[in-house]
Design a protein around this ligand. Structure first.
Ligand SMILES: *Cc1c(COP(=O)(O)O)cnc(C)c1O
Length: 352
């Protein structure tokens, strides 16, 4: 069997949830959209079910999957519904929809509800993707409040640059949010992972933890308080010694400088490993760091082996414990979020 393995450490997930909840204070949504950032939404939600205050997903299909697997905690639809008919499912599955645009608001009020629905009313405090502008927010809030169909309203917004300490955007958005919410009672939610770690003023009633829940620092480095949940590993299944000045792989993009032992491993861009991470991207062979040499192929990668010890059968970590996912992301010009979401063809194994 092809030896590409994604180990998912659910004990790390639980540790991260508790750590983040303590840092944020109040209540914390576990964001499990996109199949829990590639980790497996149902397994992750079950692992958190006895501690999570609620979950957050991107769409109704993701929420229904959790409900059908017995998840009974609150589930927030971060983008709300995509058409008015989905409100029937929102009611049936007892979900909390975000309301971020006028049509969503009008359709929600027009829907015939058996019981009042709790909503998360989104403000566009400066990211300019969705939500009501601060100057329209009170009107949207009041329209919902006056409807018999609406129960609780949680006021929320999302930051564009919470991972960039000096951008000034987060402070601007905080100010816009607080101004737009003036005089409107109820709970609030602002912080994603980066904001709950770096910005105390963003810690309100509900946090929304995504990337940090999976043990990855949103700032690019390593956060010792968090434990990486995914460990992606494979094995060396080929080795050869190349003379100096030998090209390796597609495009002959790398030439050996000296006599080099090269290992061939079972992982490639069809598994979600980023093709842009070529020569010098770190890997770990049996716990010792080494590097990719040459380009990433669809199903294989070539790596540098040491003088004699390493070879066929050795385990190679692509990311997880010795190689931080953020290092691979940086080498590929992307972010760890994308790498985690893209993993496929690997055998997923869950550990408690
Ligand atoms: C995805 C998402 C989050 C989680 O963001 P992280 O940076 O992964 O913590 C929080 N809030 C909203 C609205 C989101 O879409």
């Amino acid at each position: 069997m092809r030896p590409l393995n994604a180990q998912i450490r659910l004990d790390h997930l639980r540790h991260n949830y508790q750590t983040l909840k303590q840092i944020h204070g109040g209540k914390l949504l576990a964001v499990v959209k996109a199949n829990a950032y590639g980790h497996g939404a149902v397994r992750c939600a079950h692992a958190l079910a006895d501690m999570a205050d609620g979950f957050a997903v991107a769409c109704i299909e993701e929420a229904v999957e959790l409900r059908e697997h017995g998840i009974s905690q609150p589930i927030v639809l971060l983008a709300g519904v995509f058409d008015a008919a989905e409100y029937a499912l929102v009611e049936r599955y007892r979900l909390w929809p975000a309301v971020g645009s006028q049509w969503q608001l009008e359709a929600l009020i027009a829907h015939r509800w058996q019981q009042p629905v709790d909503v998360w009313l989104k403000m566009d405090s400066g990211m300019h993707r969705s939500g009501f502008f601060p100057h329209n927010y009170a009107a949207a809030y009041t329209a919902l409040k006056q409807s018999r169909n609406v129960g609780n309203i949680v006021k929320f917004s999302h930051f564009s640059s919470a991972d960039e300490a000096d951008s000034g955007m987060t402070e601007m958005q905080l100010e816009a949010f607080d101004l737009g919410c003036e005089g409107l009672p109820g709970e609030e939610s602002l912080a994603n992972s980066a904001a709950m770690l770096a910005c105390p003023a963003a810690r309100r009633d509900w946090g929304r933890a995504g990337i940090a829940l999976y043990g990855i620092s949103p700032f690019g480095g390593i956060d010792e308080r968090l434990r990486p949940v995914m460990r992606l590993s494979t094995r060396v299944f080929g080795e050869r010694v190349l003379q100096p000045h030998s090209p390796i792989g597609y495009g002959a993009a790398f030439y050996t400088k000296k006599s080099t032992r090269v290992g061939l491993i079972a992982c490639g861009y069809a598994d979600g490993y980023p093709r842009r991470a070529a020569t010098d991207t770190p890997v770990a062979i049996g716990g010792s760091r080494s590097r990719i040499i040459g380009r990433v192929s669809m199903d294989m990668i070539t790596i540098e082996l040491d003088a004699s010890q390493q070879g066929i059968g050795d385990e190679v970590e692509l990311w997880g414990d010795t190689v931080n996912t953020n290092e691979v992301a940086a080498a590929a010009g992307t972010i760890a979020y994308e790498l985690l979401c893209n993993v496929k063809r690997a055998k997923f194994t869950y550990f408690d």
